[in-house]
Design a protein around this ligand. Structure first.
Ligand SMILES: NC(=O)c1ccc[n+]([C@@H]2O[C@H](COP(=O)([O-])OP(=O)(O)OC[C@H]3O[C@@H](n4cnc5c(N)ncnc54)[C@H](O)[C@@H]3O)[C@@H](O)[C@H]2O)c1
Length: 331
């Protein structure tokens, strides 16, 4: 098979490596000429400072990228997904299968990424849509370390197709799911709790606090799943608890790193300026906070993180506010 990968960053190139390993041909499209050159000339993933196979080529010619294959895998930050889709849409002339690996919810519309795809693309050229998500840091996948993720689509045949494309028996195991909503929400929401987990670590609050965050974070995710009409069983899967655990405990997580710096007293702008890679949790936090308000959901952790990030409330005060809430039943 041939696959076009839109976005030659850390996750785009890690997934390209898996596809190459599975004997598929890959063309990477990136708007950044320096990234394209590093892929073609040095055969490296610049963001991870890691080698990639020489057979993976890159271009910044969108027409070449769109015409290269009938499978377009999007791996760009969620804030540019719309504009990237607009760029692709004008060149579509045959139906394509769209796969998205970006994790987020659009703050202005509360749309999941699949909804953004259907909003921007000419429906005549959408052969199918599949979300790829799960506990997977590019740093480990690019080194072919054991990883399990999920391919989800409302159309089971499309999920199975993408499962087949990425699955191998060496290090990359892919499950299929038809709960597109749950899979997309899990991948997006966990980033908010990764920020919180980094804050907890930055404040030196310890492992008990982190375990409590993961558990009570899951409760807040459940409320949002229910409001969106997602299958809450997905919370028990790779894209639910799986991704939540890895992102709240791994130092590879950019969201965790950002939270850690804020917890250490660095302000948000300085933190974001110091990060070379995308911190998706901030936009998703804004989306979840406003969605919760609109749907009258009780989301104390998300609200606390929102006040720290957007209202510049001292993390110490946000923490105190969480503790001063009335006593409650656990379930
Ligand atoms: N890094 C990971 O381990 C990982 C794992 C799972 C999911 N994700 C998700 O994947 C998405 C991308 O993350 P990343 O870590 O690869 O980011 P990154 O910052 O490493 O790379 C993003 C790349 O997209 C390119 N880009 C920006 N706008 C573009 C456009 N319009 N068209 C084509 N390319 C464009 C940039 O030049 C950059 O090379 C995020 O939503 C992230 O949450 C990342």
């Amino acid at each position: 098979m041939k696959v076009t990968v839109i976005g030659g960053g850390s996750w785009g190139l890690a997934l390209s490596t898996v596809l190459h390993e599975n004997t598929h041909d890959v063309l990477v499209y990136d708007t950044n000429q320096a990234i394209v050159d590093k892929i073609n000339r040095l055969h490296i993933c610049y963001q991870l400072n890691a080698d990639i196979p020489k057979q993976i080529h890159a271009t910044n010619d969108i027409l070449e990228a769109v015409n290269y294959s009938d499978v377009l895998l999007f791996v760009v930050p969620t804030k540019v997904v719309r504009s990237a889709l607009q760029g692709v849409n004008t060149h579509l002339n045959t139906p394509k299968l769209f796969i998205n690996a970006a994790k987020g919810i659009e703050p202005e519309t509360f749309m999941r990424m699949s909804e953004v795809f259907y909003d921007e693309l000419n429906a005549d050229y959408i052969k199918g849509f599949v979300a790829l998500s799960g506990p997977s840091h590019a740093e480990e996948v690019i080194q072919k370390m054991t990883t399990l993720i999920t391919a989800a689509s409302r159309v089971e045949a499309d999920a199975l197709y993408v499962q087949h494309l990425f699955h191998n028996q060496d290090f990359f195991r892919v499950y299929s799911s038809t709960d597109l909503k749950g899979v997309e929400l899990g991948g997006a929401l966990k980033n908010i709790f990764a920020l919180a987990s980094g804050l907890i670590a930055g404040k030196g609050l310890g492992d008990n606090a982190r375990a409590a965050l993961i558990t009570r974070g899951l409760v807040e995710m459940r409320k949002i799943y229910e409001a969106y009409g997602a299958n809450i069983e997905s919370l028990l899967g790779l894209t639910g608890i799986g991704d939540l655990v890895v992102t709240c405990t791994s130092q590879h997580s950019r969201n965790y790193q950002a939270g850690y710096k804020i917890g250490h007293g660095k302000d948000l702008e300085a933190t974001l300026d110091s990060m070379t890679m995308v911190v998706e949790g901030i936009r998703t936090c804004e989306a979840a906070f406003n969605y919760g308000k609109q749907h009258k959901l009780d989301l104390p952790i998300i609200n606390a993180i929102y006040t720290v990030i957007f209202d510049k409330v001292d993390p110490e005060i946000a923490y105190q506010t969480l503790f001063e809430r009335r006593r409650k039943k656990e379930l």
